[in-house]
Design a binder for this molecule. Structure first.
Ligand code: PLP
Length: 374
């Protein structure tokens, strides 16, 4: 089979391996696989199916439309969606059996108002209250918790909502800060229980917390980056965590040129050849999520050897000077994948672009064809 010009090859067996490995590291907590943002660029539906096959208990997404897309694809596993716009209509989510993360009293009222039939024959809203235990992003502030818990209890008694979970998110600011969030989370869970709520799922940890803060695991861990085989830590590789990178990004070389010394390369001539040399053209650019900030730095693997991007990364393409080595049109340039196979890691691109591996994979755009190996 011929390969697409631009390809993100997604290894679903690596997804299954990573889930099994993370599950055994965090047992007995249940596992939620986070497939927001198109499964961090890997393809939400395909990853969600592989995750369900691997025995994942829950899927996590950001909003109702991401959740409904999973249902439309026939995925029936429990799904939680936790960040909503002010105009979100929660009725379709409730009808589709999607659990809703709620971050304010107003949002709790909107969710409850979307349940119009409280006869017990229609579904009630299954809610996870999201608390701000220190991250400072979305989540109910500590000062508002008492009011929200009291109202949630009333709505539960009316048969409109069921408070199935209570959760929060760690800032990963350091061990002391994480443990302070654990302490605040426990105090607020106690307060919720005292208010009459009986959440069956307490959850706080994403990949980093699940691996490094055992006390944050509770009933469920929400795993994103680790499932994609990448490390959330800047001091530890994915291999050291027993994880296999899932995405390999490559493109075919579409032009090969021999040029003289002193040739300028790409916009602004920030790179000039210092001898007669061979330039190859790779049809991936910042429109495809290749960071322009990694110009002259990003690593590229061609025919067994790693080079650097030469000059500016443009919207659709960049150039690599391969010196006296040879390449022909149709050879593949691999930007990143599993470093165990000799290619650069997504982390190398993150370093080259002053960012994190999450951003490197998540921003890979729609012109790149995702292919799946099982
Ligand atoms: C994105 C997200 C996660 C997953 O985080 P990773 O660091 O990728 O494991 C977990 N929980 C929440 C609330 C998130 O937004």
């Amino acid at each position: 089979m011929t390969r697409p010009t631009r390809e993100a090859r997604i290894d679903l067996s690596a997804i299954r391996h990573n889930i099994a490995s993370l599950r055994s590291a965090t047992a007995p907590a249940r596992v939620m696989v986070v497939v927001k943002a198109g499964a961090y660029g890997h393809g939400a539906i395909e990853v969600a199916r592989a995750a369900v096959d691997a025995g994942t208990d829950w899927l996590g997404v950001v909003d109702v439309s991401e959740a409904l897309a999973l249902r439309d694809a026939g995925i029936t596993a429990p799904v939680l969606a936790w960040l909503h716009g002010t105009e979100t209509d929660f009725a379709p989510a409730i009808a589709a059996g999607i659990d809703i993360g709620v971050s304010s009293l107003g949002q709790l009222e909107s969710v409850a108002a979307a349940v119009t039939d409280t006869s017990g024959n229609a579904p009630f809203a299954s809610v996870h209250l999201k608390l701000d235990t220190g991250l400072g992003r979305n989540g109910i502030e500590e000062s508002q918790c008492a009011a929200v818990f009291a109202r949630a209890y009333e709505l539960e008694r009316e048969g409109r909502v069921r408070i199935r979970g209570i959760f929060s998110h760690l800032a990963n600011a350091g061990e002391d800060e994480d443990l302070e969030q654990v302490r605040r989370f426990e105090a607020l869970v106690d307060q919720a229980t005292a208010a009459g709520l009986t959440p069956e799922l307490r959850h706080l940890a994403a990949t980093a917390g699940a691996l490094r803060v055992p006390s944050s695991r509770y009933d469920l861990v929400r795993l994103g980056i680790g499932v994609y085989g990448l490390s959330p830590f800047d001091d530890t590789t994915s291999a050291a965590l027993g994880l296999r990178p899932v995405m390999e990004l490559s493109a075919e070389i579409v032009s090969v040129k021999r040029v003289p010394a002193g040739s300028g390369v790409s916009y602004g001539f920030t790179y000039r050849t210092d001898a007669e040399t061979t330039l190859v053209l790779v049809p991936l650019g910042y429109a495809d999520g290749i960071p322009r900030h990694a110009s002259s730095r990003g690593p590229v693997f061609i025919n067994g050897k790693t080079y650097r991007v030469s000059g500016r990364i443009a919207m659709d393409q960049f150039v690599v000077d391969i010196g006296q080595d040879t390449a022909v049109v149709g050879d593949r340039a691999v930007l990143f994948g599993d470093p165990a196979t000799g290619v650069p890691a997504a982390d190398d691109w993150a370093t080259a672009a002053d960012t994190i591996n999450y951003e490197i994979v998540t921003r890979i755009g729609p012109r790149v064809t995702r292919t799946y190996t099982s």
